[in-house]
Structures are given as C-alpha cells and as structure tokens.
Write a protein that binds this ligand. Structure first.
Ligand SMILES: Cc1cc2nc3c(=O)[nH]c(=O)nc-3n(C[C@H](O)[C@H](O)[C@H](O)COP(=O)(O)OP(=O)(O)OC[C@H]3O[C@@H](n4cnc5c(N)ncnc54)[C@H](O)[C@@H]3O)c2cc1C
Length: 488
C-alpha cells in the first residue's frame, strides 16, 4: 500500500465530534470526562518528549473509562462519528507517541489500574493497563516473584505494551515482548478480542499478541494483559567499573557478551552522565565521574554473584578498566539503580531546566557497539551542545541525551539523524526500545525498505480503515500529512 495510492484521511465534522462527545459524556458521566485546559495539555506532550505538540495538537476531550466494555462503547461511538482516538498510559514515552495530532479523544486508562490476579503456581499475573511496572513488582515481592521489564519511572503496562519497551533488565531477561502471554484488545470499531489463552506456548494461528506489542495504540486499545513472572533475583549486587575511554568500555561490553557470562544488567554511563547523577544527590555515595559500566549480578548464593563479578572483572581489566567499586547493601544497589533510571532528568537538570532535552536511542549488533559509541560521542562533542551518552549496552542499545537552547534545534536534529544513519549503516535500528511515535517515523523506509513499510500500512488499514487510532504515529497513512514539519 504505497503512500501515493492513499487519500487524505477524512474525519467527522464539528457536528459529528459534538455528537460523539455528548454520547461519551452520557456513557461515563460528567465526572469521568474532562475538557480542562491543563488536563488537555498533559495529554498532548511532556517536557522530555522530542516532539513538542503544536497548539492545535490537543485532545478536545479526555475520558476515563473503568472497564473493557466502556472502552468498547467509546470506540463504537468514535467509529460511528469518525472521531480520532489516542490511548494514554503513564505519559512517559519519548517520541511524541501520545500527541493527538488530529484532536479528538484521549482515552486515559487511569481508572483501569487493578492487578486482577497473581497466579503463583503458573508464574503469571493478569493486570489492567494502568498497573505500573513498579507497583506490580512491589506487590510481587510479597510472592517472591518479579516482572522484569523496567522502562521509565511511572510507565504503565498498557503503555509498555504500546512501545514494546525494555529497560535495564533486558540483557538477562529479554524485552516486554518476552513477558506478555496474552492481551485483551478493543479494536477501532469497538470489537473486543483476546489474542490467545494462557499456556506458556501456543502455535494456534497468527501471533496477534505480537502484532499489538509495539503498535503504539495504532491498531487497538489494550484493556487487559496476562504477563509472565519469574522468581525474584536473590543476592543482588552492582559493580561500578570505570574506564579511561568510552571505546574501551564498549569493547569490554562486547567481550563480556561474547563470553556468555549473563549478568542481570549491563549499563553504560559516560563521565557526563555520572557527573549529573552525583550532582542530582540521588545516591548516598559519590561515584567516579568516568566512563562507567554498571553490572548487576545475582545468584542463588552470594558466592554465585561474586563469581560472576570476578569473571567480568577479568575481562574488563584486560580492556582497560581502571577501577571497580561495589554496591552490595540493598540501599546502595537501589539508589544507584534509581539514579540510573532517573538519569534523563539528572542530565536535563544539570544542562539547564530552561533548555530543551532530546533523548534518543538506537541499537546495533554487539560487535558494532564500540564503533557506534566512539563515533557518536565524538560527533556530539563536535556539535558543542551539552550531552550525555548511556544505554543498555549489553543489548547493543545506546542512548544520547542532548540538552539544547530552542534556537539550536537544527544542530540537535542533525546530530540525531547522523546517529540513526550510523546505526542503520552498522546493521542496526533507529530505535531499540523507545519506539517510533512521530520522531522516528521517517527512518522506517530507510531501515526496513518501502515494501516492509507498505505491508505495515496494509495491516493498519485492515484493522483501522478510518485511521482513527493514534493517527500519524509509527507510519504515515495520510499523503498530505504535514504533522512532523509543523512540530517543535
Ligand atoms: C526517565 C525515563 C527513562 C526511560 N527509560 C526507558 C527504558 O529504559 N526503556 C524503555 O523502553 N523506555 C524507557 N523510557 C520510555 C517510556 O518509559 C516507555 O516508552 C514506556 O513503555 C511508556 O509507557 P507509558 O505508560 O508511559 O506509555 P504512554 O507514554 O502513555 O504511551 C506510549 C504509547 O502507547 C500507547 N498506549 C498507552 N496505553 C495504551 C493501551 N492501553 N493500549 C494501546 N496503546 C496504548 C500510547 O498511545 C502511546 O502511543 C523512559 C522514559 C523516561 C521518561
């Protein structure tokens, strides 16, 4: 389905929108809909999104359903009146994912935050979309169980399915794709489907579960999720490994991955990121401000974890590691890891809160990581902008955080474009985990080829012929869409 063969999308007119809003308000009651200006604003963008919504990229109505049936009825109404709809979870996505480019309705899943059941014997849980990964893990700790995907603080499982997220635990445990067994989904016309039952494996038909993971709310709205669980890791410690050069640290990562040692996590933070973390005061200790790898270890016994540490240390020292410090107390481990998770905000605060922040990710095959990291760090230095590099490097996944004055957006944009081109040239991807949203949409043709993108368009139009669901995200479906050009 080439873009040139498609027509401009036509939504309902003002009267249609008014009718739809009236019917939804009647369905939910006045308390569960909002037209408050601040609420509309929150559902349009965030200070850390690469895409800042234009003044007309606001929902006209934010709605708070409580059940799958209500979501289904809302979609039936919107389908009847041709009103666009955007799903909203934790609002932590980074590429303009939930910006309502065509106005309409924002469905906020706030009232659907129940952990429906924890099935200890099957190592599974059934949750509503607004359950956060942090709160799920808090509850699971009482069962000595664990749900590994750990994206941004505040992210919800519906949104995590939306972006096909991962996080620091992906090296050992895999990404969210590996932890979803089945989904309940409301389609564009209000039809409700369950993608499969809950055996650990199934060959029954197309992989519909996989289709909705990473679809960013463009194919359907997820209203219930059955997730896999694993026993909670024991005897967790973190090794903080310092290196003279960032290239040495990336080489050490590749060597550890190739050796088959499986730490729970392997994170890169450059000297700038470490400085920002120290400055944020989030950790009780001050850490060396050097090119740093954080390795997380665990094991049945403390000895298992310390043997992994020794094996990694041998490799790291051979690649130029200059010092190793350990965080072993639960407090040290937790606050160091929390600081890593909050690094975006630490870098943003250090760079100047009056400036804009651009956080972006790419991923490459592990052997290409040292080249990518070295060339990107140099390129960013050459721009003269304040920036930090970090990433879940065990997966070849690498992030840059660039802080810039609004008038320097062209410099930041060009640096990000070069980083993406570099990753694709190395056999990689324009995004390892943040997703496409609006920010990475134009890279898909280059990375995947036009035929693959045309196939995605066919899937989109088969499931959402009126293009109501999160219009303009992931792939362009309107040949006359100028959304991205108007942005920022
Ligand atoms: C400080 C920080 C650190 C981060 N670290 C990581 C990281 O390590 N790894 C990582 O992968 N990401 C990371 N992120 C990005 C972000 O946390 C993830 O993209 C996360 O998965 C988004 O979840 P959310 O609930 O906030 O989704 P939202 O931002 O609310 O939505 C994301 C997308 O999913 C859609 N959506 C939301 N709910 C539903 C639903 N119920 N059904 C269908 N579609 C839906 C939305 O329309 C949107 O397109 C980070 C972000 C921040 C701010």
């Amino acid at each position: 389905m080439p873009l040139k063969d498609l027509k401009t999308i036509e939504f309902g007119n003002e009267a249609d929108f008014k009718k739809a809003f009236g019917e939804i308000t009647k369905l939910l009651g006045k308390d569960r809909v909002s037209t408050d200006k601040d609420i509309l604003e929150i559902h349009s963008t965030s200070s850390f999104s690469t895409h800042q919504a234009t003044p007309d990229q606001r929902p006209q109505l934010v709605v708070y359903p409580s059940t799958t049936e209500e979501v289904s009825k809302i979609m039936s109404i919107c389908y009847k009146h041709s009103v666009p709809v955007v799903a909203f979870g934790g609002g932590t996505s980074l590429e303009g994912h939930f910006t309502p480019t065509r106005g309409g309705v924002s469905i906020d899943f706030y009232n659907m935050g129940e952990i429906i059941s924890i099935l200890d014997d099957d190592l599974q849980a059934v949750v509503q979309p607004n359950v956060g990964w942090e709160e799920l893990n808090e509850e699971l700790a009482n069962h000595n169980l664990f749900f590994p995907p750990d994206p941004g603080p505040g992210a919800k499982i519906g949104g995590m399915v939306g972006t096909s997220c991962s996080g620091t635990n992906a090296f050992r445990f895999g990404t969210v794709k590996d932890w979803i067994i089945s989904l309940k989904v409301v389609l564009a016309d209000g039809t409700v489907i369950k993608t499969r039952q809950r055996p650990m494996k199934s060959s029954a038909g197309y992989n519909l579960t996989g289709l909705f993971i990473g679809a960013e709310g463009t194919l359907g709205l997820v209203t219930e999720i059955t997730v896999k669980l694993t026993p909670k890791p024991d005897n967790v410690s973190v090794g903080v490994f310092s290196f003279k050069t960032i290239e040495d640290s990336a080489k050490a990562v590749a060597k550890v991955v190739q050796s088959g040692i499986k730490p729970n996590a392997m994170e890169l933070m450059d000297d700038v990121a470490m400085k920002c973390v120290n400055h944020s005061g989030e950790t009780s200790r001050i850490w060396p401000e050097e090119q740093t790898l954080l390795f997380k270890f665990s094991g049945f016994t403390p000895r298992d974890a310390s043997e992994q540490l020794k094996a990694v240390e041998r490799i790291a020292r051979a690649e130029g590691c200059t010092s190793v410090q350990l965080a072993v107390t639960p407090e040290d481990v937790d606050d160091l890891w929390a600081a890593r998770k909050h690094a975006l905000w630490a870098v943003q605060a250090f760079g100047g809160m009056n400036k804009r922040v651009w956080t972006t990710d790419v991923a490459v095959p592990i052997s290409k990581l040292p080249d990518l990291v070295k060339d990107t760090r140099k390129d960013l230095d050459d721009t003269g902008l304040f920036s930090a590099v970090l990433g879940h490097v065990g997966d070849g996944n690498f992030h840059a955080i660039i802080v810039y004055e609004p008038e320097k957006i062209a410099i930041a944009t060009a640096a990000v474009e070069r980083m993406v081109d570099r990753a694709i040239a190395l056999g990689g991807t324009c995004t390892g985990e943040h997703g496409v949203g609006l920010g990475k949409r134009h890279h898909l043709d280059h990375e995947l080829g036009p035929e693959a993108v045309n196939t995605m368009r066919k899937i989109k139009l088969a499931l959402d012929p009126k293009c109501l669901l999160n219009t303009d995200k992931v792939i362009q479906v309107d040949p006359n869409d100028k959304t991205i050009l108007e942005a920022n």
